[in-house]
Design a protein. Structure first.
Length: 494
């Protein structure tokens, strides 16, 4: 059939033509990408040889993932380095979609949001809390994702998140699986998890035996089976909603008020939205139990269920007892504000405000912030990281010491205020005595005059003068008695 044969010939010809056009392009693309790799490497071997060495030693370099995959192809010389794109989690998701999805469901992705929500941040220079060098808070919190509007040309570095653990340019999974990868950020003042774990029995076994799987690492408990959804039941601040224990809940309310999450009447504030967005703690019992269940299941791989439950219950009790100390300290400082001994700074919405950190304006509040952010954190984190010394001496004992210091400082402020009130009262009494002195002098002069008249007149008419003199003396005595009574009413019991 001529019609069908013609159609077949046309289709075959079209396919051959398409193949002739596409095949050279397909063959040329790998060659072009290879040429691009050679071009990037040729220049950067001279300019930044360490980067090239790291890339070639890593799995990405070995599998042919070229520079343009992550950095784009617009940068080609020293004159246009700003055109080289710096990757974000979206770029990583091109190949690692599952891991990025898990990361975004966990707290690491919210680290930048949590940092930006701290009210004290506005008082800090950009290198500490911004994108200018990442020398302070931002150096670790940059693992969190940034809002699209933040990624301006000025925000040149810190756009990635994955490279906080899989550091560039080798991007090693083995590196991120090593617990030492966590120590840069999880150490120090308010979160010394590295110090706690590495000196616990778990960490000690790992250091002795190496990665022999007998001791749990950070990744064992917090990234089970490589899951990037890092989350804990108690959250960073060891707070949760709601609470069945009435006394514990009362203590927690006082803590939440000092954090500005609840107002004086117990209602939620605008900061509660921040808590929700940053997932700083669990807001439902179901969420808490879900995370607790994951943890206990991991522990139960090596320990009996009974032992695990006993340990978790003991850990929770440490938080409850720590909260009781914290609430007492907060009440002590709050009373100073109530009684007018501390004045709320005009730029503050809440006082005391634990989230002002070291920007607190009085020594007693500085101690309160340290008690919360250093000692309370060490008490509960030390318990959960199985480090008794950290829990006790660096946490619980230090909280006790801080509480006593706060009480002593509060008492000193009250004594100083009472002394000041006494001084003011004495000064007021002295002023009134000064005002009474002319009257006293006048009475004295009148008495002197009467005495002279009595002495100069010896006749019978002197009797009325004598009576008058006696009356004047009695009046003077009455005036003196009145002054003494007045001074007694001005006496203040210090």
């Amino acid at each position: 059939m001529p019609g069908k044969n013609s159609t077949r010939l046309i289709l075959a010809g079209a396919a051959a033509l398409l193949l002739a056009l596409v095949l050279p392009l397909a063959l040329a693309r790998p060659a072009a990408r290879a040429q691009a790799r050679i071009s990037c490497a040729a220049c950067h071997t001279q300019q930044t040889p360490g980067i090239v060495t790291q890339w070639r030693s890593g799995k990405m370099g070995q599998q042919g993932i070229d520079c343009a995959t992550c950095h784009g192809s617009e940068h080609s010389s020293a004159d246009d380095v700003d055109k080289a794109k710096l990757p974000t989690p979206d770029v990583c998701a091109t190949c690692h979609a599952k891991q990025v999805e898990q990361f975004r469901a966990g707290k690491h992705s919210l680290a930048w949001t949590a940092m930006k929500a701290m009210p004290m941040l506005s008082h800090q220079p950009l290198p500490i809390a911004g994108h200018d060098g990442f020398k302070g808070c931002s150096g670790c919190h940059k693992i969190g994702e940034k809002a699209p509007g933040e990624l301006t040309p000025a925000f040149r570095y810190g756009t990635g998140s994955c490279d906080s653990c899989h550091t560039r340019h080798s991007f090693s999974a083995q590196e991120a699986l090593n617990p030492r990868a966590c120590q840069t950020c999880h150490m120090g003042f308010d979160h010394p998890q590295w110090e706690m774990w590495s000196t616990s029995k778990h960490g000690t076994i790992w250091q002795i035996e190496g990665n022999a799987s007998r001791a749990p690492t950070c990744q064992t408990c917090h990234m089970d089976q490589g899951n990037h959804t890092v989350m804990t039941a108690w959250g960073f601040l060891a707070l949760r909603l709601p609470e069945d224990d009435k006394q514990w809940w009362q203590d927690r309310v006082e803590i939440l008020q000092a954090l500005g999450v609840l107002d004086a009447q117990g209602g939620t504030t605008d900061r509660m939205k921040t808590i929700e967005d940053a997932k700083l703690f669990r807001l439902t019992l179901e969420d808490f139990q879900a995370e607790r269940g994951k943890t206990t299941a991991i522990c139960a791989r090596c320990h009996s269920a009974k032992y695990v439950e006993e340990q978790m219950t003991a850990n929770d009790k440490i938080i409850r007892e720590s909260d009781a100390l914290m609430a007492e300290a907060i009440r002590t400082v709050q009373a100073l504000y109530t009684d007018g001994l501390l004045e709320k700074p005009t730029s503050w919405t809440y006082a005391p405000d634990l989230l002002q950190f070291y920007e607190a304006k009085s020594s007693v509040e500085q101690e309160l912030y340290v008690m919360f952010m250093e000692y309370r954190m060490r008490a509960f984190q030390g318990a959960f990281h199985a480090n008794p010394d950290y829990m006790h001496w660096y946490g619980w004992a230090a909280m006790k010491e801080s509480l006593q210091k706060i009480k002593d400082q509060a008492a000193a402020l009250r004594a100083e205020a009472a002394n000041q009130a006494t001084l003011q009262a004495l000064q007021a009494g002295q002023k009134e005595m000064t005002e009474l002195k002319p009257k006293l002098d006048k009475n004295t002069q009148d008495i002197d005059q009467l005495n002279r008249q009595v002495a100069n007149k010896q006749d019978a008419s002197g009797l009325p003068l004598l009576v008058g003199a006696v009356a004047a003396i009695i009046g003077l005595i009455g005036l003196i008695v009145g002054i003494i009574a007045f001074l007694k009413t001005r006496t203040i019991d210090v």
